[in-house]
Design a protein around this ligand. Structure first.
Ligand code: GLY
Length: 353
C-alpha cells in the first residue's frame, strides 16, 4: 500500500492508496478509530456499486453502520440537504466520538466534510473518494463547503479528515466523461510542477495503459498537493498555484450555467486559453501550448473555445470570491512543469482571455 502523510501539526493525517482497498476498508479504519458507530454518507450512484460491500465489511469488523444516501450531483451540495444530514445524524444518535465516512466524489466529500466539521463543532471523518477528481484533489487539503444560490462553495471551512483511503479500482465504474474530467486536473499537476508526469501521460497509448499506471499517477498528484497544502494550508499564498486554468475555467463554467462543461473540462479550456496568451506575450516558453493541446486531445478534452463575449467572461471572473480588490492572481506557466503565480491589476485580466 502506498502511503503519504500530510503534515499539519495536530491536523496531520495519512493518505492510503491501493487497488482493491475498498474490499478491506473496515480493517483499515479499525486501525485508526476505536469507537463503534460509523455513518457512511454517499450518493445513489456510488451506493449502487460499493454501498453494500463497504457496509458489510465494516460490520464484519464490529462497527455499527448507518448510511445516508443522497441524490447525485452538485444540487445536493445545498444548505437544505445539509440540514437533512444533521437531522439524520441526530436520529442515529451520533456523538462527537463517532465517525463519518464520506464515500463519493467531490460533492459528497465537501458536503459530508462540512457536516462533520460543524455538527457539535466537529466530528471525526474519513474520506473515501470515488472519482478521479476527488482522489487527486478535493479529498486532500481540508476544503469542505456547501453552495449557496448565489454561488458555489460560499459557506465552508478548512477541516481535515482523519485519513483518506483511495482505491484506484473504484474508477472502473466511473462514467468515462468523469474519468477525463479528472484527467484535466492530473494534467494540471504535470503543467505546474512535474514535467515527468506530463511526459509519462503523453506516452500512454491506451486507456488500459493509463489504468495500469493510475496508482502511481494518483500518488504523484497527491504528493504534489500535500506538499503545497503543507506550506499554505489556508490558501493565502502558494496553494493558489493549484488554480492554473481555474480563473478562466470557473468563469466558463458559470457563463454556461454549470450545464455545458464539467469542472475539469472547463479547467482544460482555461489552461489552454491562458497559455495561448502567455506564450504570445513571451512569458511561457515557446512550444508549451502545442504540448498542452496534444495532451488535452489525447485525454478527450476540448482545448479551444471561442470566447466571443469576453465582457461576460470578465464579469464572471470578477464575481468570483477570489478576485476581489484592485489586484488579482493568475497562474501562468514558465514552461511545462513550472507554474508560477503572477499578481496583476484586475483590468489587465482582459489580456489573458
Ligand atoms: N482544489 C484546490 C485546492 O484545494 O486548493
Amino acid at each position: 500500500m502506498k502511503e503519504l502523510r500530510v503534515n499539519l501539526c495536530e491536523n496531520s493525517y495519512a493518505i492510503y492508496i491501493k487497488k482493491g482497498l475498498f474490499n478491506y476498508i473496515g480493517e483499515e479504519i479499525k486501525k485508526i478509530y476505536n469507537n463503534k458507530k460509523v455513518v457512511i454518507i454517499t450518493d445513489e450512484n456510488v451506493d449502487k456499486f460499493y454501498g453494500k460491500i463497504i457496509k458489510s465489511n465494516l460490520e464484519k469488523n464490529d462497527f455499527n453502520v448507518y448510511k445516508i444516501v443522497l441524490k447525485p450531483g452538485e444540487k445536493t451540495k445545498s444548505v437544505d440537504e445539509l440540514l437533512k444530514i444533521y437531522d439524520k445524524l441526530l436520529d442515529f444518535g451520533v456523538t462527537r466520538e463517532d465517525l463519518i465516512i464520506t464515500l463519493g466524489g467531490g460533492v459528497i466529500g465537501d458536503l459530508g466534510g462540512f457536516a462533520a466539521a460543524t455538527l457539535f463543532r466537529g466530528i471525526h471523518f474519513v474520506q473515501v473518494p470515488t472519482s478521479l477528481l476527488a482522489q487527486i484533489d478535493s479529498s486532500i487539503g481540508g476544503k469542505v463547503a456547501v453552495d449557496l444560490p448565489r454561488g458555489k462553495n460560499l459557506v465552508g471551512s478548512f477541516y481535515h479528515p482523519k485519513a483518506v483511503f483511495i482505491d484506484p479500482n473504484m474508477l472502473k465504474t466511473l462514467e468515462k466523461r468523469f474519468l477525463y474530467d479528472g484527467m484535466a486536473e492530473v494534467i494540471k499537476y504535470g503543467c505546474i510542477r512535474d514535467k515527468k508526469l506530463f511526459n509519462d501521460l503523453l506516452k500512454y497509448n491506451s486507456e488500459e495503459e493509463l489504468f495500469n499506471n493510475l496508482e502511481d499517477i494518483i500518488y504523484t498528484c497527491c504528493s504534489i498537493k500535500k506538499e503545497i497544502v503543507e506550506k499554505d494550508e489556508k490558501d493565502t499564498g502558494e496553494r493558489m498555484i493549484l488554480n492554473f486554468g481555474h480563473t478562466i475555467g470557473h468563469a466558463i463554467e458559470k457563463y454556461f450555467n454549470f450545464e455545458k462543461y464539467t469542472h475539469g473540462e472547463a479547467v482544460a479550456l482555461g489552461m489552454y486559453e491562458i497559455t495561448k496568451k502567455s506564450e504570445k506575450m513571451g512569458i511561457t516558453d515557446k512550444g508549451a501550448l502545442q504540448l498542452l493541446k496534444k495532451i488535452l486531445v489525447q485525454y478527450q478534452l476540448e482545448y479551444e473555445i471561442n470566447l466571443e463575449n469576453k465582457e461576460k467572461i470578465l464579469e464572471a471572473i470578477s464575481l468570483d470570491k477570489k478576485n476581489k480588490g484592485e489586484f488579482m492572481n493568475v497562474v501562468l506557466l514558465k514552461k511545462i512543469g513550472e507554474g508560477f503565480i503572477k499578481e496583476i491589476k484586475r483590468e489587465e485580466m482582459i489580456n489573458f482571455i
